[in-house]
Ligand binder design. Structure first.
Ligand SMILES: [Zn+2]
Ligand SMILES: [Zn+2]
Length: 135
């Protein structure tokens, strides 16, 4: 919570209870939920919060770099409270998204740099397959 407070202060943004609720929800889950899922879970605690407010809070949090947006295709997005780069696994059947634990790709940018004249800044790595429930 200290991190969000200092980031919002630095960016001169108002730390509303809604933004805080969305952020706290995300840092306490590894399920990479969609905005709809976040909305239906948070709605219980914040009945006056609309889906539009959830979307706006997510956009703000992505913009300031506190969370990351994961493009799962066909215009669908998931959200991740872990803003540090890490590889993801996506199930082609049920659409679940998991973090790839115990696989470090920290050297990927250095590896890429050897094959391009681009100045590499970041990367996003996704693996696709079938989860343990679907395979
Ligand atoms: Zn699955
Ligand atoms: Zn993740």
């Amino acid at each position: 919570m200290d991190q969000i407070a200092s980031v919002f202060k630095e960016k001169k943004l108002k730390l509303t209870p809604q933004r805080l609720a969305v952020y706290n929800y995300l840092i306490n889950t590894t399920s990479h939920p969609s905005a709809d899922v976040i909305y239906s879970d948070i709605h219980i605690q914040y009945p006056t919060m609309s889906l539009a407010t959830v979307y706006k809070a997510l956009k703000t949090l992505v913009d300031v770099g506190l969370i990351q947006e994961i493009n799962v295709g066909e215009g669908n997005f998931r959200y991740d409270g872990n803003s540090l780069p890490h590889p993801h696994l996506q199930c082609l059947s049920c659409g679940r998204v998991d973090d790839f634990k115990d696989l470090s790709l920290d050297n990927l940018n250095a590896l890429a740099k050897e094959h391009t004249d681009y100045q590499i800044v970041s990367n996003k790595v996704y693996f696709y397959g079938y989860c343990s429930n679907c395979k």
